[in-house]
Design a protein around this ligand. Sequence first.
Ligand code: CO
Ligand code: CO
Ligand code: CO
Length: 346
Amino acid sequence: MKIDLLQYVENGGCSAKIPPKQLEEILKYLPLPEDPNILVNIDTHDDAGVYRVNDDLALVFTTDFFPPVCSDPYEFGQIAAANSISDVYAMGGTPVVALNIMMFPASKLPLEAYAQILKGGYDTASEAGVRIIGGHTIDDYPPKYGLAVVGYVHPEKIITNAGAKPGDSLILTKPIGTGVILAGQKLGMVSDNDLNQVKGLMKQLNSSGAEVMKKYNIKGATDVTGFGLAGHALKMAKASNISIILILKNVPLIGNTYMLIDEGCIPGAAFRNLDFAESYSHFATDLDYNLKMAAFDAQTSGGLLMSVPKLSADSVIAELHAAGLSASSIIGEVKDQSDKFLYLDN
Ligand code: CO
Ligand code: CO
Ligand code: CO
């Protein structure tokens, strides 16, 4: 029997995140635990928490899970796992072990679909060298899947979203537009070509980008997921006490993303992300509306956004291209903190 998971979801992938404004509201009531071994906590809204075990070892700990982004259960498992593991790569860590987190409507979907989701997750985790050693399932609708992942990092080699420095160049390793393409797919507006490209990108681990970051001793990075490129750039600017300029014409887009936005295919998550960022941002008066909405499009399993010293930027791009990340581009720069945290220009 052919199973179509998309029949069961409204918002799939990272576009199902709680809107950033509401999340900030909730988190402010949560006290920050005090412990000198906590190296990264939710204070900087980073990709993962980091806890020092001893002078040579810290644990990177993260979880992500979401409803299906594609029809095929096995592919959904692959994408969800790549997305969950990415947060460890974004922190400069080596992912090691994981637990499955699964919500599955046993009365509505054949158990075979459940098994295929787990198999997809297992295969992608294995590709990353991650051992899945347990998990937890509850009966719930719609289905949701992801991993809680633990990785290792040397306490002095942590990469954070607070590590961007004025003068740095910003590099993005994957093109954006997954939210737009996935929304367009439901409306029958997307070619097989674009759909396959988007699925390939979402399944792709951020491991090779992370290797390049380690080689060049990069200190500032995040991965681009539910808050969109601009939303995650804003979080980086706030955490690093700097301002970020994004040059949107240099941002690589997937397939027909621009055209789809032009035809009105803009998922609600993009507007929620824009709504959150607006008061911290300055938009050029002649800013291209379609590029602006692409920058706020919620990404699922997006690329790494790295803050790279200007002198190394060209070599880093060359290494990323050589590693097969052919869309990697310099998309902006870091400035001293000024009036707004984020500046969007054409
Ligand atoms: Co992240
Ligand atoms: Co995450
Ligand atoms: Co349990």
